[in-house]
Write a protein that binds this ligand. Sequence first.
Ligand code: NAD
Length: 366
Amino acid sequence: MADQDLAAVVQHSGGSYPVVAGWGVLNDLGHRFADLGLNGPAYIITDSNVMNPYGRTAQRALQSAGIAAHCFVVPAGEPSKSFESAQAVYDWLVERRAERRHVIVAVGGGVVGDLAGFVAATYLRGMPFVQVPTSMAAMVDASIGGKVAVNLPQAKNLVGAFYQPRGVFADVQTLSTLGKRELSEGWAEAIKHGFILDPDLVDVFEEHAESLMDVEPEISTDVIRRSMAIKAEIVSQDERETLGIRILLNYGHTIGHALEASTEYGRFFHGEGVSVGMIGVAHMAQELGMIPQDLVDRHYQLLERFNLPTRAAGVMASDVLRAMSLDKKTESGSNRWIMLEDVGKAVVRSDVPTDLVEKTVRELVE
Ligand SMILES: NC(=O)c1ccc[n+]([C@@H]2O[C@H](COP(=O)([O-])OP(=O)(O)OC[C@H]3O[C@@H](n4cnc5c(N)ncnc54)[C@H](O)[C@@H]3O)[C@@H](O)[C@H]2O)c1
């Protein structure tokens, strides 16, 4: 029977995996594991906000399907994406006598997903790994594609791997307890997917913005599935970001990252930085004659309806530009800009004049 909750199947060098989103999926986790041939025991990694009720629900669902399941709770928040947390999980796995055929399960946002994935990739040289994302950002972005990492004090995501999960199971119902700001920033990534690849999805966002902000079950689940499918398609085509396709997901990210870094990750959520960043590149694309003013206006109108920022007033332009030039070093000296030629058609440009970048950043922070 067709799985009505299936959003996509990711194809990768080592096989494939289902990406699922539905209302109440968490209660059915045991059957999902059985379908994948995973018998456990399962080691659930979750955080202090998500443990009750979702970590517990996942544990019960697995146990009721005859799969032993244990929980490890890290403090909620980005600092848990660290070597110290990974070490604490390793210690717990040693104590529990985890074996290579057992399963690591991430139940939570991107922090838990990246940390649990990093542990799964490294403990016993790799254990099966399942993603159960509970934040919007994790559902439409972080849980798909196999990037796992921990942060170093010097920079975020500096140590990690490409390590694909066996399955991604998102229960959209869990979003009812997510904070409004977290919800908005997650929608920013989903809107980005529409802008780079799916004009119809942008229309849906415009038609249903208020219902999506209220997480109305049917439309939200549908849009999340469509957004997941875009990410799944891109990572299937370019698993390790070597073919110039996966990089399209970085629409809005050059300025976005720089805004986050130049304010010490204290002012903007990631998706908020991306929102301002999309506005910035849309302006640049318009100045370069690639898109009309209407499309720039559509960016503003849509992002504002999701309560997302479109400016970064008060940030120092020089700090943002410095953060961008540091980013540049990792890309052999030139920033590669993802820009639109049309709605749903993104391209990479390496020839954006520096004075246009500077002018755009200045206007965003004025
Ligand atoms: N691997 C990737 O491809 C990828 C992509 C994008 C982002 N990331 C990483 O993901 C992280 C950000 O993810 P995030 O925004 O999910 O952050 P997060 O995991 O910190 O979650 C945000 C907050 O929401 C809480 N939360 C999660 N689900 C909830 C729910 N259903 N109800 C109530 N509260 C809930 C969490 O406890 C946390 O406080 C960053 O570390 C980023 O680097 C990874």
